[in-house]
Design a protein around this ligand. Structure first.
Ligand code: G3P
Ligand code: CA
Length: 245
């Protein structure tokens, strides 16, 4: 089965990392969501990609220098058009409550530092559905910490190859205690997929935006286990056409 993971929700069409974007992804029949976590100055986990609020809200400054109350006042929809005015930045707890039982969630640890990792795991544990949630990060030293605190957690290593061979990437991933290797889509080839599978790893691609139906098809043919995409509508159509859902 190839997972269709809605990257920041249905982010090609709706304001990313919002309840609306996640809801719209589920309306497509998608059952996996991806989100990013930042931490406020008063140590609340909020769902936002960037460390600064400038790109995706009407505010300015670092999330880490704002209280939850200040983040709650931001408009996280208006940048995508008036129709989305007054869409709010959700807390991690809000997303878990709204979607924890309806979707599987890939949580990316985007925040700086490692202090907030236990709070992420506690929030997930409090849902009673830890097995429905995957932890991921590009900040690889975070992953063994997750593994130590939650040995059963599903862990995805997000990687940029930077000239490293498939063998090196696989060795890195295994060394972190991750079960899934996730390189950028264009860095995935047949050698990487085959060797990762032989090593017992799942392979998931990211970096799939608009106009990448051909790339999705290439990755399906290579045998990847999932894709994280801004366009879960396009991937869903391809998977349905090929009887893969
Ligand atoms: O799943 C990986 C994906 O989220 C890629 O990175 O920058 O969108 O968080 P980014
Ligand atoms: Ca992400």
């Amino acid at each position: 089965m190839i997972l269709n993971i809605a990257h920041r929700g249905f982010s090609a069409e709706y304001p990313e990392n919002t309840l609306l974007s996640f809801e719209k992804a589920l309306e497509l029949g998608v059952t996996w969501l991806e989100l990013d976590l930042q931490v406020t100055s008063d140590e609340h986990l909020v769902v936002m990609h960037d460390g600064r609020v400038d790109r995706t809200t009407d505010g300015s400054g670092l999330v880490s220098e704002k209280t939850l109350e200040q983040v709650r006042l931001l408009d996280a929809g208006i940048w995508r058009g008036d129709a989305f005015k007054e869409t709010r930045v959700p807390t991690f707890d809000q997303v878990l409550e709204a979607f924890g039982s309806r979707a599987r969630i890939v949580v990316e640890l985007k925040f700086e530092g490692q202090e907030a990792i236990p709070a992420v795991l506690d929030a997930i544990a409090s849902t009673g559905q830890r097995d429905r949630i995957v932890i991921s990060s590009f900040d690889l030293p975070k992953l063994p910490i997750v593994k130590a605190l939650a040995p059963d957690a599903a862990i995805t290593a997000l990687l940029k190859a930077n000239g490293r061979s498939p063998e090196e990437l696989i060795e890195t991933t295994l060394g972190l205690g991750a079960d899934t290797i996730a390189p950028r889509c264009n860095e995935i080839d047949v050698t990487l997929v085959d060797h990762a599978h032989q090593a017992g790893l799942l392979v998931r691609a990211w970096g799939l935006g608009r106009d990448q139906g051909q790339e999705m098809t290439r990755l399906i043919d290579l045998g990847v286990d999932g894709m994280t995409t801004d366009c879960p509508d396009i991937l869903q159509r391809i998977l349905l056409d090929r009887n893969l859902v």
